[in-house]
Design a protein around this ligand. Structure first.
Ligand SMILES: [Zn+2]
Length: 95
């Protein structure tokens, strides 16, 4: 029972490492829709992104998210994910 052990996660967009709570887990479902922000285990392959809109955008634009999830992300899913990010991640200090 080690209290100070924190499992590290890596953002697929900017490769920043940090504790899991700093990241949003994005999971690709079998019907190709994406589920974001669930801390509980959701079926399907998951990837982690920083709680920053930039990382969501660059992860989608550069294809790193698709690569991590090993599947295509269709336009509708991209828009849904970005909408979620914009609604959920407002207020983060972005300069
Ligand atoms: Zn990032």
């Amino acid at each position: 029972m080690r209290q100070n052990h924190v499992p590290l996660r890596t953002c697929v967009a900017c490769r920043t490492k940090g504790p899991q709570q700093d990241f949003v887990r994005v999971t690709r479902q079998q019907n190709a829709t994406l589920v974001a922000g669930t801390s509980r285990e959701v079926g399907g392959r998951g990837a982690y992104l920083c709680r920053r809109i930039e990382c969501f955008e660059s992860g989608l634009e550069r294809g790193t998210l698709e690569r991590s999830l090993k599947g295509r992300i269709n336009q509708e899913s991209r828009e849904v994910l970005l909408e979620w990010a914009r609604a959920e991640l407002v207020g983060s200090p972005i300069t």
